[in-house]
Design a protein around this ligand. Structure first.
Ligand code: SF4
Length: 390
């Protein structure tokens, strides 16, 4: 399917997406954050569209992005009142590249089908894809009640977790079937069924993938902060991606107060790249250091090289084909330094404790030169820039 200029599913490369945390009613800060996420490498950006003022801000956000030269598809995240907002703001309906709706809160009671149908009709009218995104935290309660009834009649009843998992999956699949009945083509439907536990997420998505051929958006919802969120997301998504499940991913990290939102984009890219599924930037291999490296110089050099690569990548991507596939090694001593450096396109092995103060540099597997003195970091960065250029 096409989400704006980005192809998702059908064997296309797995797409990285993220979401803003600004107030969408504020087009200046929202456009600024979308631009930051896009420049960090987010290929799709989702914004919450929760009020009439937020829906009315969408054209102004898109206009600002155009002025900034940022061309990234924007997805509208709707809960409770999407049918009203899309009806009231045709420009919002037109400019969003995709609508995300949650079958657990698209409407309640008798209104549910009508409100769900109204959003799907808008997607048909404007030619948009729709993500039907079920979530553990907002399960469709009528579906849960029906499954509990069914469960009572079962000879061997499921446990509560199994009922909830089934409700999540069936909510997504039944909603997709309804959307198709209304007339939305299957090729414009993407499903997600997010939970916050690693093993539950793997079980849910395996089941979802086995029971339909819809494109799938993967993410561990409410993954948490820092290393916990990164580890849990990577653990869950890696298993699924390795099995060929998933067409887009989001890493849902809680940022530090005042921290950058772009961290989740970098983690998503690194997950895909370290698994060999995509390439976004040259990969930096660095050893962890040990008692042979009591100075922090080699850690500082690894950090400098990593930061330089990320900073230069937008420019490199424009100028040089294939630069994202390069590998770099920054190593701490002679034990594994030369060997690992030879495996990389460009590697440096710094002197460990007691070794001669010399840092051999390897280019394409061959020792090319030895750096010494106080300017090893800047000289190595210069060699890296020359290598990329040539
Ligand atoms: Fe330690 Fe050297 Fe191995 Fe790095 S390469 S972890 S410094 S032994």
């Amino acid at each position: 399917m096409q989400i704006g200029k980005v192809t998702v599913g059908g064997g296309a490369p797995i797409v990285v997406q993220s979401m803003t945390n600004t107030d969408t009613e504020d087009p200046v800060s929202t456009a600024r954050q979308i631009a930051e996420l896009a420049r960090a490498g987010s290929e799709l950006v989702r914004i919450t569209v929760n009020t009439p003022a937020a829906a009315a801000a969408v054209p102004r956000i898109v206009e600002r992005l155009q002025m900034m030269g940022v061309d990234v598809p924007i997805i509208g995240d709707f809960h409770y009142n999407g049918h009203q907002l899309l009806e009231a703001e045709p420009a919002c309906a037109e400019l969003l590249a995709k609508y995300r709706i949650n079958p657990g809160n698209v409407g309640f009671g008798k209104k549910k089908d009508a409100q769900f149908g109204a959003i799907i009709e808008k997607a048909i009218e404007y030619g948009k894809p729709v993500r039907i995104g079920a979530n553990w935290g907002s399960l469709d309660q009528s579906m849960v009640a029906m499954l509990m009834d069914e469960n009572h009649r079962r000879a061997q009843p499921w446990d509560a977790a199994h009922v909830a998992r089934e409700a999540l999956i069936r909510s997504a699949l039944d909603s997709a079937a309804k959307a198709e009945e209304i007339g939305l083509p299957r090729e414009r439907i993407i499903l997600s069924a997010k939970v916050s536990g690693v093993q539950e997420l793997i079980a849910v998505y395996r089941d979802l993938a086995a029971r339909g051929d819809y494109a799938l958006h993967l993410g561990l919802t409410e993954a948490g902060m820092g290393s916990k969120g990164i580890t849990a997301s990577a653990a869950a998504l890696a298993v699924l991606l390795q099995e060929g499940i998933g067409d887009t991913i989001r890493i849902s990290l809680t940022p530090e107060p005042g921290g950058a939102r772009t961290g989740e984009v970098i983690v998503a890219q690194e997950l895909l790249q370290t698994m060999g599924l995509r390439a976004f930037t040259p990969l930096v291999t660095a050893c962890p250091g040990c008692g042979r490296t009591t100075s922090e110089f080699f850690q500082e050099l690894a950090k400098t090289v990593q930061a330089h690569v990320r900073e230069q990548m937008p420019l490199w991507r424009v100028k040089y084909d294939g630069v994202e596939n390069l590998t770099l090694a920054v190593m701490g001593c002679v034990v594994n330094g030369p060997g690992e450096s030879k495996h990389a396109n460009l590697g440096i092995s710094l002197p460990g404790n007691g070794e001669a103060p010399a840092a051999p540099v390897f280019i394409d597997g061959e020792k090319a030169m030895t750096l010494r003195g106080d300017h090893i970091a800047s000289e190595f960065i210069g060699i890296l820039d020359d290598y990329v250029e040539t």
